[in-house]
Design a protein around this ligand. Structure first.
Ligand code: ATP
Ligand code: MG
Length: 335
């Protein structure tokens, strides 16, 4: 997307490398990741625990812990380089232009203030509304996320809400300033299955009404089905595969994605199928392997997979897979 006539994506992450510097050495949490998000798009980022999903998005928000640093690469939002913004500009951008539902609920909600206080403060700060109007907007937001008796909830503290209600309050908080992008990091993981489905329906509905672009992070492929236009599959800080939902669910070209698909129940199939977990564990990011990070766990690994890092092979219009099985010289019908 570099031609002058082609409009830029809303968010363009290119060759991002983010590391943590620990007493044991450099943890390469995000290692050369490129992701783009268009206006109105819903993108899923999927991968096992530790694959770098949260760190990639915390880099976008510039909210890494003190030992974390963007080592190289670019993050472009609406034509501005996020790495070059001042902390003051970032404060304006967070919440107002990019809202995030954090994986840890207490990062979003402060336990010592009521829900109402937090929403009102955020709205009056970012939208410059007077206290009374900001309060009105806060109540409106709580109703929009289907929280019953919103006036009462305004007076409650986060710990007084159930898990599902707290999650809704966090969505309200992230959406209260009509951001261009909503980043939702595992928004349903801690919830039971019925509430999970309600939150997913709520996000679908909000998206339809507001047109906000969404990045949905999850380790569960079942959650992104039906909600995401496009999906990035991450493994060990790298992109294993990316493509449309159809590409990923029906025409995957990476053994890791296929492994993930085999390890989640298919809601469309009523038969009891056998789920197959992926054997082995992800690599230590302090000492990432030289070749493909998935090779040690891959049933189809070839010699080259242990020696060279696979590039992202173009296997369709927008479909790419970092796997040598897609090389023209690979054994036919390998993937
Ligand atoms: N502050 C830190 N110091 C050192 N390493 C860190 C720190 N924060 C994260 N990491 C490491 O970075 C890697 C990526 O972590 P990240 O939180 O992005 O994973 P994730 O894909 O979001 O996993 P999960 O599904 O469990 O949330 C992990 O190996 C993690 O241990
Ligand atoms: Mg995470």
């Amino acid at each position: 997307m570099n031609g002058a006539a082609v409009p830029m994506s809303l968010l363009e992450i290119s060759h991002l490398k983010t590391s943590f510097f620990t007493h044991l050495g450099e943890v390469k949490a995000v290692d050369d990741v490129s992701i783009s998000l268009d206006q109105g798009e819903t993108l899923g980022i999927v991968g096992e625990s530790g694959s770098g999903k949260s760190v990639a998005m915390l880099s976008v928000m510039r909210l890494l812990s003190d030992n974390g640093r963007i080592v190289s690469g670019g993050i472009n939002f609406r034509g501005r380089d996020i790495a070059k913004l001042s902390e003051r500009d970032m404060e304006n951008l967070r919440g107002k232009q990019i809202g995030m539902i954090f994986q840890d609920p207490m990062t979003s909600l402060n336990p010592v203030f009521t829900i109402g206080n937090q929403l009102t403060e955020m709205i009056s700060r970012h939208l410059g509304l007077r206290k009374k109007d900001a309060r009105g907007k806060a109540v409106e937001m709580l109703s929009a996320v289907m929280i019953p008796s919103p006036d009462e909830r305004m007076r409650q503290f986060p710990h007084e809400l159930s898990g599902g209600m707290r999650q809704r309050a966090m969505i309200a908080m992230a959406l209260c300033c009509d951001p261009d992008i909503l980043i939702a990091d595992e928004p349903t993981t801690a919830l039971d299955v019925t509430i999970q489905a309600q939150i997913i329906d709520l996000m679908k509905d909000l998206k339809k009404r507001t047109g906000t672009s969404v990045i949905l992070i999850t380790h569960d492929l079942g959650v992104v089905a039906g909600l995401c236009d496009n999906i990035c599959v991450m493994y060990a800080g790298r992109i294993a595969e990316r493509g449309s939902s159809t590409d990923i669910f029906h025409n995957s070209k990476h053994p890791y994605t296929k492994g993930l698909l085999a390890s989640v129940p298919n809601p469309k199939k009523l038969t009891r199928e056998r789920l197959v977990p992926i054997k082995g564990a992800p690599p230590d990011l302090l000492r990432p392997p030289e070749g493909c990070a998935f090779a040690p766990r891959c049933g189809q690994a070839m010699r080259i997979c242990f020696l060279r890092r696979p590039p992202l092979f173009k296997v369709g219009d927008l479909h790419g897979a970092s796997c040598f099985l897609n090389h023209p010289d690979a054994p036919p019908e390998a993937v």
